[in-house]
Design a protein around this ligand. Structure first.
Ligand code: S3P
Length: 167
């Protein structure tokens, strides 16, 4: 199977699900965590000091670096899919799972937890999420081998659905 790749918006639960899955002999890679640790700065600080394009370059470089690895559950930053080059890498690395959440679900999960996410710091959160979803949904859906709706589902239910759909 190579790897299992989780894509989706901020707040869709990629990191939580990556850690909850119990595939034997699979490790979890969280691209945001590795980029922050590798660079020694938080994503919020990277955006503030160097801008979004710089962060997107870091994502591409990072992905290139791990593209030949196997047996990982990879939780990607929500915007990893914005570059076509990244989508090609992700597709080649294993089945891609889109964790799809509605604006309401994402809003409820992010409303008290958005300070670390620079793209959510302006405007109203609801509007921001709508705009990002409008821009990205077709990319997430076009790239995904499997789509799992996360609205009103527990972590266990999402994992069970994922095991079923991957088997
Ligand atoms: C981003 C999502 C974040 C992080 C950065 C940008 C995005 O990751 O990579 O703040 O563009 O959607 P999470 O999806 O893990 O929150």
């Amino acid at each position: 199977m190579g790897n299992i790749i989780l894509i989706g918006m901020m707040g869709s639960g990629k990191s939580t699900i990556a850690h909850a899955l119990t595939y034997k002999d699979y490790d979890v890679i969280d691209t945001d965590v590795d980029i922050e640790e590798g660079f020694g700065q938080s994503i919020a600080d990277i955006f503030e000091s160097f801008g979004e394009d710089f962060f997107r370059d870091m994502e591409t470089d990072y992905l290139k670096g791990i593209s030949s690895l196997h047996n990982n559950i990879i939780s990607t930053g929500g915007g990893m899919i914005l570059r076509a080059e990244n989508c090609e890498y992700l597709k080649s690395m294993g089945p891609v799972i889109y964790l799809k959440g509605s604006v309401d679900t994402l809003y409820n999960r992010l409303v008290n937890n958005k300070s670390t996410r620079p793209l959510l710091n302006d405007d109203s959160l609801n509007e921001r999420l709508k705009i990002l979803l409008e821009e990205r949904t077709h990319i997430y859906e076009g790239l995904a081998d499997i789509v799992i709706t996360v609205d009103e589902k527990s972590v266990d239910e999402i994992c069970e659905e994922l095991y079923r759909k991957l088997s």
